[in-house]
Design a protein around this ligand. Sequence first.
Ligand code: ADP
Length: 552
Amino acid sequence: MSIALFDLIQNLSLTSWGIVVGSALAAILSGVIFWQDTTKRSSKFFFLLGLVDAAWGLSYASFSGSIGTTGVGDAAVLLYIFSALTPFTLFLFLYAFSDESKVIPFKRFLVLFSPFLVISAILKMYPGFIVGYQPLLDGVPDRIAFGIGFPIYIIYALGFVSAAIYPLIQKYRENAGIFKAAIGELLTVVLVSSTTIFIVSVAMPMILHGRYEFFWVGHVVAIISIFAIAFILLKYNFWNLKVIATELFISVVVLIFIAELFMASSPEELSLEFIITVLIVFSSSFLVGSVKREIQSKEKITLLVRDLDLMSKRLKILDKKKSEFLSIASHHLRDPLTAIKGYASMLEEGSFGELSLAVREAVGKIFTSSGHLITMISDFMDISRIESGEMSYSFANVDVKKLVIDLADGMKQSADRAHLGFHISIEGKDDATFITVGDAGKLRQVFSNLIDNSIKYTPSGDIYVALSKSENGKKILFSLSDTGIGMTETTKEKIFHKFSRADGVSKVYTEGTGLGLYVAKEIIRKHEGRIWADSRGEGHGSSFYVELDAKK
Ligand code: ADP
């Protein structure tokens, strides 16, 4: 057997040697690609394709090396068996590539594999039925003889190649962009190589009465297409170049060390080199592992960023829709409510005749509640305006002192009704000016909201409103203190956020929405001013401050 192998090697032509080396390289390349991601089905089947291709190449070398010997018939059969395995593995690879998640169930796999088994059995058991080898006879040169069963072989091969290409064509149609480009190039390689292999391995031998001179072209094409597929998929980032480069480098180093083993001149040298080789194999597998992990975590981060981006886009759309809805709903609610509040006020004042005490009290409640509802709706409308960027401001000179005094007059009545003391102090002489550039209506809304809050959240005690200027006269400071429920440190931070209220605050005041301070902050931000809160803790009252630029 070893002598036969030796003869065979001696007989090999340069072309056959080329095919042997090329096949080995293709198998190594496909192995390295499989190694960089053993979980991917497509890289598994690509490795299989590389191995089958290599086996087919070797079977060709064995066939051409056996010509003229008694083993040539068997070698020809082997060549056709491996050649039959190629379309099947090509099918498996392209099927997995077209959809990584599509797994072929084992039973179906067996059904798909069985034609190959049948054909191999026929090739082996009935030489001549599909193909046979005809040695030199009566001056007719040796040749491959095609039997009556050969069409079965052709149908089988064409069937699997078409089945392999079909899902790829479908994917090509469905996809766009870079994936389409990659599939397009892959399809070109598969189509060109299959056609060439068919021409040189089937069509030409049939025309040339069984001559096999061009068989080697088919093998060269097969080897090139393995490299071309690897190149395309690396180019389009289906496989990771960094990992593959590391693996290739390591494989070369390990191969060199293994070769060195054979050249050792003494047992000591051999054992030393063996230990070094083992150490290198171990350390390199760690190196590859860490490169892989790094790349995987990077890929995960990229995916997460993409998902986050998508989510935020979706959320923005939802938020916009919500604002639109709020705006429409609020408009439709506010008008009838204003009418209710107006009529309640007229009833309370006796415009429609004297009311009994009980009725007046009930009407008073309708008046107050509709007032709360209108404030709430105004807040909602402000939110939707702020979020859609439609909050309009008309800036002009504003006399903050006048604005606060006017406001305080109205607010004092509310404070009186709640049995709270209301005090206002304006720093400086009577002629001190507090002019800022701003939107008078919006600033009024902010101050009134703050005072209104103090009345709401102060069960008993006093409210102090003060207006002052910074030492250099460049800032106006509105400050408000109450003796109410106060706030914790965390509450102080969060109350300026949308829909944010202190824990348990609804026991003191049910109707709050947690929007007033958010709107106030937005308005003051537009004025390039500052608004903040302070408190000595729960039960110790709160202070609110608004700082605005004084007009030069
Ligand atoms: P609302 O009053 O409708 O809840 P705001 O945005 O005006 O909404 O206020 C947010 C939260 O800030 C209130 O729910 C309350 O917890 C807290 N808060 C506001 N003003 C005071 C205050 N003067 N004293 C104590 N807590 C306050």
